[in-house]
Design a protein around this ligand. Structure first.
Ligand SMILES: [Zn+2]
Ligand SMILES: [Zn+2]
Length: 201
């Protein structure tokens, strides 16, 4: 799935969360929200959402070269392994650094749409099924704090507290200090630490 498709589905997920139009609709169960949605026609109908992505040159470059980029991510591990240890090295690297890597990255990302809408705490809002999951943040570079993200989607952080594991937040912050990112939005949730720690579902 290209950046453009993913971004449009992400926008639609936020706009229609838990409804029929939500591509990852968690009310349809774990497997649909985890990866079953990929095999529905709705997942590929993206034109109405995030039309601004069409204007982004990086997004459209990746959209255009998606298949060669995907194949290079499989071919390069094979070539490196083959150069190091012949066919067995090539096949081993292809399986581990190619197929295995894609499997792990996709499934950890899928956990945000499935696990983080089914299990975890709801300290910031109970108006939809999104939940905070600290262990999902460990395998998704910080995106497990999904209840906060749905409540304050414009905030560049997912993990609000300084001790929340959110490398993406830390990277964006450092980039802003270097002048490579700007317009960082922080939302003041007004939620006390006590409520965050003890209000669970
Ligand atoms: Zn989001
Ligand atoms: Zn969500």
């Amino acid at each position: 799935m290209t950046l453009r498709q993913w971004g449009a589905n992400h926008a639609r997920h936020h706009a229609r969360v838990d409804q029929e139009e939500d591509p990852y609709n968690a009310t349809r169960g774990f497997w649909h929200s985890h990866c079953g949605w990929l095999f529905t026609k709705r997942a590929h109908r993206i034109e109405r959402y995030a039309p601004g992505l069409r204007e982004d040159t990086v997004v459209m470059w990746q959209h255009r070269w998606y298949v060669p980029l995907l194949l290079s991510g499989l071919a390069l591990p094979f070539l490196v392994g083959y150069a190091y240890n012949g066919w067995s090295g090539g096949v081993g690297c292809f399986m581990l650094a190619g197929v295995g890597r894609i499997f792990l990255v996709l499934n950890s990302t899928f956990c945000i749409n499935s696990v983080c809408h089914l299990w975890g705490s709801q300290p910031y809002s109970q108006s939809n099924s999104s939940r905070d999951s600290w262990w999902v943040s460990l395998i998704t570079l910080g995106e497990g704090y999904h209840n906060y993200h749905h409540t304050f989607p414009r905030d560049y952080r997912n993990g609000l507290q300084w001790y929340n594991f959110d490398p993406s937040k830390w990277l964006i912050y450092v980039l802003s200090k270097l002048g490579l990112a700007e317009g960082l939005v922080r939302c003041n949730s007004g939620v006390s630490s006590f409520r965050r720690l003890f209000l669970t579902t």
